[in-house]
Design a protein around this ligand. Structure first.
Ligand SMILES: C[S@@+](CC[C@H](N)C(=O)[O-])C[C@H]1O[C@@H](n2cnc3c(N)ncnc32)[C@H](O)[C@@H]1O
Length: 308
């Protein structure tokens, strides 16, 4: 007797719950939709339809992969970030919702700067709630002007591509030490049709940037690795065993990279140290921290004074 969508879902949910997944209901749904290639509405309206034997076997296979710890975004090959869909696989870190704060911060800053420069005021922005809810078009630099933005450690390209999407006059330079990550990022830029405004460069932090950019960069964003290697054993296996170590771990206290950068995401409990290092450096004004959706101080921002 063929199995229905409902029965497959319920069995999948049980399988994942038994393997220790804390999010078995949503994960079973996402994996089933992936196998059946259905959106949410179609899944629920077809609830009592039978699924093919092939689909059932494929569902069993992806459930087993998940039960062995492989993160769902790697299994389904994609992840949402800032309302955009990014292709992901084991060559890159999975984009996290807390990193959206970083993108929103830069979009807000550009808007504020433009309003400050503009002759006529533009509509006020909503307080929090995401760049995608705002009228981004009203907050852009003057037509024809160019905004130079750098994304350090681009990974999947989620920050660079989102900024290019939300700031149509931005020219973005994105670096990564990992050539494999850059392949994924380039594919994501092409997928979102912003490849012509993003230059991907392989190398260490800011080192690969072209010399002519010196003194012309408006904003630097970065989500560098920040988990001290000494904490490896304490991480969930999804991160420890599946995400690229170069994207996750750093030697020492985890803030070595931040000491060289300007506006970036930090780990829980690191914001004060990073902000202190930036303020102590003496080159940054208005050093501050921003909280993510769970109230954790997640992004440190500083504005580097222009050279005299
Ligand atoms: C935490 S992941 C962030 C990826 C992506 N920006 C995001 O937010 O999802 C850090 C990224 O920095 C890259 N990375 C690590 N060390 C680097 C370095 N010294 N210079 C440039 N990139 C580096 C890693 O390969 C990885 O892609």
């Amino acid at each position: 007797m063929p199995i229905t969508v409902r029965e497959a879902y319920l069995q999948g949910r049980e399988h994942l719950a038994a393997s220790g997944s804390a999010e078995a209901p949503i994960e079973a749904e996402v994996l089933l939709r992936h196998v059946l290639q259905l959106d949410r509405a179609a899944l629920y309206t077809g609830w009592d339809r039978p699924i093919s034997e092939d689909a059932w076997h494929q569902f069993q296979r992806v459930l087993d992969e998940r039960a062995r710890g492989r993160p769902v975004p790697y299994i389904v090959g994609q992840r949402e970030f800032m309302g955009f869909t990014f292709a992901v696989d084991e060559r890159v870190m999975i984009p996290r919702p807390e990193t959206e704060v970083l993108v929103e911060c830069i979009v807000e800053w550009v808007g504020r700067r433009e309003r400050g420069n503009a002759a006529a005021p533009t509509p006020a922005s909503s307080a929090r709630g995401g760049a995608r809810e705002r009228d981004v078009g009203s907050r852009l630099p003057d037509p024809g002007s160019r905004l130079f933005v750098v994304d350090v450690g681009t990974g999947s390209g989620c920050i660079a591509v989102s900024l290019a999407q939300l700031l149509p006059s931005a020219i973005v330079f994105a670096t990564d030490i990992s050539m494999e990550a850059l392949e994924v990022a380039r594919a994501n830029a092409a997928r979102h049709r912003v490849g012509n405004r993003i230059t991907f460069l392989q190398g260490d932090l800011l080192a690969p940037l072209p010399p002519h950019l010196a003194g012309r960069v408006d904003a630097v964003a970065g989500n560098p690795p920040y988990v001290p290697v000494s904490q490896r054993a304490a991480l969930p296996r999804e991160i420890r065993d599946f995400e690229p170590p170069v994207a996750v771990f750093i030697d020492g206290d985890g803030i070595a990279v931040h000491r060289q950068l300007i506006a970036m995401e930090v780990g829980a409990g690191q914001a004060d140290d990073v902000a202190g290092a930036m303020a102590g450096d003496g080159k940054y004004a208005r050093v501050r921290t921003l909280a993510d959706y769970s109230g954790i101080q997640r992004v440190v921002v500083g504005e580097r004074a222009a050279s005299p």
